[in-house]
Design a protein around this ligand. Structure first.
Ligand code: GLA
Length: 413
């Protein structure tokens, strides 16, 4: 059974909480209660890798993980920076009489699998949740947090995605019916518990919070050692889903930085019905947002044009820039959005997205450099074509429907 995050919201009846709570400031008790040493050793730039869910979902097996690790190396993705190979939901089997969780038949030997992935010079990630069950109905970590963290460390895991799901009915609704503030406190405590359990193992493990942006995690997750937090419900492999999530990231830029990142969900590049332009826009914008770049496509059958997008060096460099500044949406005109990202060395990147469904109604678009704090004429480089562009104020720019123009400029201000 697959319960997507959006379904979770409906099933567990907290949809209203999410939208309302996402706007409210963090309760002050959180920063105090959860202040702990930062984990500077992981995720200093947004984590890059691959995750099994967006393509394989419940079908994922040990072989898929090994094949994907092989492909990451042979396609050049590893050289481009993709390091984490993350197993998502449905790997869990049963607990033994001591409470130790074992993998199910699809994963005969987790330690051997982790060793295999490590032998390729890659890292490996795993998935759980604070409730009795995960979103797909497999064993969760409730009451076994320390034990599970220890198991992950013993297996050699380097990354944990921790997904709220059944914690909502199991604990939040049961222990604090009708008290939304108390429910949120329980949720914070659950994440804090796992953060501490991971730290106690002594192994550097990236902690990725997956609770769909409830209660503004960007306000409280960094203080408890969260390296990324989902900002929305689940992404789907279509333009509307991707663009809706993209638009919801505007304003969150001040919360991201080295070691702690907003996560607009994993990449759908190469999945579903996304056109080439849409794949390019999706990848560009996740790079601009300093999102974790976790590919989620079928690597053994990846088309060359999809590989070209995922491994586009100069676009990845924006994402991995050591300054760690997430892009801001500076202005929108009609259906065209203009985003600016500051880069180290005083450089910058401008992404212009045409969200319109046809080019006639929105174009030509005139770029207003002043709104970006820039003065033309100035030299820029189109990062997708590699061509030089001379930027002038108010210059007409034509961008096809759902496509993007991505420019790097020497100085952002
Ligand atoms: C939730 C998450 C997804 C995925 C599934 C697995 O829906 O948001 O990213 O991990 O659970 O069941």
């Amino acid at each position: 059974m697959r319960i997507s995050a959006s379904l979770c919201l409906a099933v567990f009846g907290l949809g209203a909480v999410m939208t309302a709570a996402a706007q409210t400031p963090a309760p002050t008790h959180v920063a105090k209660a959860h202040a702990m040493a930062p984990k500077p050793e992981v995720a200093l730039t947004p984590p890059m890798g691959w995750n099994s869910w967006n393509y394989f979902a419940e079908r994922v097996t040990d072989k898929d993980i090994r094949d994907s690790a092989d492909q990451i190396v042979s396609t050049g993705m590893k050289d481009a920076g993709y390091i984490y190979v993350n197993i998502d939901d449905t790997w869990q089997g049963k607990r033994d009489e001591n409470g130790v969780l074992h993998a199910n038949d699809k994963f005969p030997d987790m330690k051997a699998l982790a060793d295999y992935v490590h032998s390729k010079g890659l890292k490996i990630g795993i998935y759980s949740g604070p409730g009795t069950k995960t979103c797909a109905g497999y064993e969760g970590s409730l009451g076994h947090e320390e034990q599970d963290a220890k198991t992950y460390a013993e297996w050699g895991m380097d990354y944990l995605k921790y997904d709220l799901c059944s914690f909502i009915p199991d604990v939040m609704h049961k222990q604090a019916p009708d008290d939304e503030a108390a429910q949120m406190r329980l949720m914070h405590q659950a994440y804090d518990k796992m953060a501490k359990a991971l730290q106690a193992t002594g192994r550097p493990i990236v902690l990725s919070l997956c609770q769909y942006g409830w209660d503004s995690p960007w306000e409280w997750a960094p203080a408890m050692g969260g390296n990324s937090w989902r900002t929305t419900g689940d992404i789907e492999a279509n333009w509307n889903s991707m663009y809706t999530i993209l638009s919801q990231q505007a304003g969150l830029e001040k919360y991201a930085g080295p070691g702690h990142w907003n996560d607009p969900d994993m990449l759908e590049v190469g999945n579903g019905k996304l056109s080439l332009a849409e794949n390019r826009t999706h990848f560009t914008m996740w790079a601009m947002l300093n999102a974790p770049l976790l590919a989620g496509n079928d690597l053994p059958h990846m088309k060359p044009e999809i590989k070209d997008i995922l491994t586009k060096k100069e676009v990845i460099e924006l994402n991995q820039d050591k300054l760690g500044k997430q892009a801001s949406r500076v202005y929108s005109e009609g259906e065209v959005d203009v985003w600016l990202k500051h880069l180290s060395g005083g450089a910058g990147a401008i992404a212009i997205v045409n969200a319109g469904s046809d080019r006639v109604s929105t174009h030509p678009f005139h770029l207003n450099l002043q709104k970006l704090g820039l003065h033309g004429p100035m030299h820029a480089r189109d990062l997708w074509t590699g061509k030089d562009v001379e930027l002038r104020n108010d210059m007409p720019i034509e961008i096809k429907s759902h496509d993007v123009l991505l420019l790097r400029v020497g100085s952002a201000r």
